[in-house]
Design a protein around this ligand. Structure first.
Ligand code: GDP
Length: 201
């Protein structure tokens, strides 16, 4: 898929403020600092569509972007800020869970994980919850430029092995580097395919 247009639409404090659910929607989420903003800018081929390195405590909003006039890309606030308060965590959970449960046009959630790290409970628990809710998701490994080829393969394999402990099927996975600008095309092809399936139904 070629990106012909990518425009910011609206930032919403909750699912009620989101645009009309008139197009398929793909949400990106992960721990803070995982490289989400960089990845969104990489796949949309825009330098500053998503703002990088947002600070903890900043208002947490659901950010909608319209791509090619045909689908929404959603930048969701990250989780796992070390300094965040219990109140902030509870507010994040309520907002995100409500959005994910209620958004009718949500086609897939992309959960981003840093390829350098061992599987973390915060990510595994979140994916467990998505699975229980029946919300389709994929895993995107970020920052693959930080590792060699062999290490990438072995880290992806051990992540999948960890997931197989609880899942019969491992969701689709993508390996990306925003620094090297790799892996974005496969994500766009996947989105294109799902959009096609949605249209033909
Ligand atoms: P966010 O908080 O998840 O939106 O993460 P950002 O996109 O702001 O990135 C967090 C930090 O990781 C920044 O210092 C980025 O420059 C860096 N970063 C993001 N993507 C990559 C990548 O693919 N490779 C490398 N080496 N660094 C990255």
């Amino acid at each position: 898929m070629q990106i012909k247009s990518a425009e910011f639409v609206i930032s919403s404090p909750d699912v009620g403020g989101c645009p009309n659910p008139d197009r398929p929607e793909y949400a990106f989420i992960g721990r803070s600092n995982v490289g989400k903003s960089s990845l969104i800018n990489h796949i949309t081929n825009r330098r500053k569509l998503a703002k990088t390195s947002s600070t903890p405590g900043k208002t947490q909003l659901i950010n909608h972007f319209m791509i090619n006039d045909s689908w929404y890309l959603v930048d969701l606030p990250g989780y796992g800020w070390a300094q965040t308060s219990k109140v902030n965590k509870a507010a994040w959970k309520k907002m995100i869970h409500t959005y994910l449960e209620q958004r009718q046009n949500l086609a897939c959630v992309f959960v981003l994980v840093d390829i350098r790290h061992e599987p973390q409970n915060i990510d595994l628990d979140f994916m467990q919850w998505l699975g229980e809710e029946g919300i389709p998701f994929c895993i995107i490994f970020t920052k693959s430029d930080k590792l060699g080829k062999t290490q990438i393969q072995s880290n992806v394999a051990s992540y999948k092995k960890e997931m197989k402990k609880t899942w019969e099927e491992v969701p689709p996975t993508f390996v990306t580097s925003s620094a090297d600008r790799t892996g974005g095309e496969k994500i766009l092809d996947f989105i294109d395919r799902v959009n096609g399936e949605i249209r033909s139904h």
